[in-house]
Write a protein that binds this ligand. Structure first.
Ligand code: MN
Length: 215
């Protein structure tokens, strides 16, 4: 180990059901991977999905509240299947995640052709459930999110434009996937605003569930 001027925070980790915690290297995210969400965002039906990223320390482990972020008046929820990459770049397991978004900043960035870091990659922008070590997700697993008990998003992961194997192929064209990488695979329609006090609950059949409160 090289001696450094100061110590960094420990590597962020995600609990693994029945195993040791998963250390997070980086977070990749897929945009516009469900046709109905692409339409609600005003996207062109011919635009393929694409990638953006969040820093590893944007992870919010299960059981932690999320502080309403600074510099936004339009925080949005996006429920997503998360693929966890293990040694050899192989799938390690799956989790349920929420891609929190400063929608007002994202809309302003889109209008000016600016990057999405401030709208997507902010502190505590990536809540996640525990990781389950299943080989594959059921093809038509139900994915849903509710706020204060009211369902906002409800779809099937079978609606994804890029399936998990296709996402891995597309990502591998751009990066060498390594152990510790997490890929948020995109959200279905029904995204909407959150305010302090809201209880967010998300689930994917056969994978798990997460819940957190905005404080
Ligand atoms: Mn998303």
């Amino acid at each position: 180990m090289i001696e450094t001027a100061f110590a960094l925070r420990p590597t962020p980790t995600v609990p693994v059901e029945g195993g040791l915690p998963f250390p997070v290297r980086r977070i990749l995210c897929v945009g516009r991977n469900y046709a109905a969400h692409r339409r609600e965002m005003g996207g062109d039906d011919r635009d393929p999905p694409f990638f953006f990223a969040k820093p590893a320390d944007a992870i919010v482990p299960p059981g932690q509240d999320v502080a309403y972020p600074s510099a936004t008046a339009d925080l949005h929820h996006e429920i997503e299947l998360v693929v966890a990459i293990g040694p050899g770049g192989k799938v390690f397991g799956y989790a349920v995640g929420v891609d929190l978004t400063r929608r007002d900043l994202q809309n302003a960035a889109k209008a000016k052709g600016q990057p999405w870091d401030a709208s997507k990659g902010f502190d505590q922008s990536a809540p996640i459930s525990a990781i389950v070590r299943v080989e594959a997700v059921p093809g038509e697993a139900a994915i849903s999110l509710s706020v204060n008990g009211v369902v906002r998003q409800q779809a099937s992961i079978g609606d994804m434009l890029w399936s998990v194997p296709e996402i891995l192929v597309q990502a591998a064209r751009l990066w060498a996937l390594e152990a510790g990488d997490l890929i948020y695979t995109g959200t279905p329609e029904g995204v909407g605003p959150l305010v302090p006090g809201d209880l967010v609950e998300g689930q994917i059949a056969g994978i798990g569930a997460l819940s957190f409160r905005i404080v």
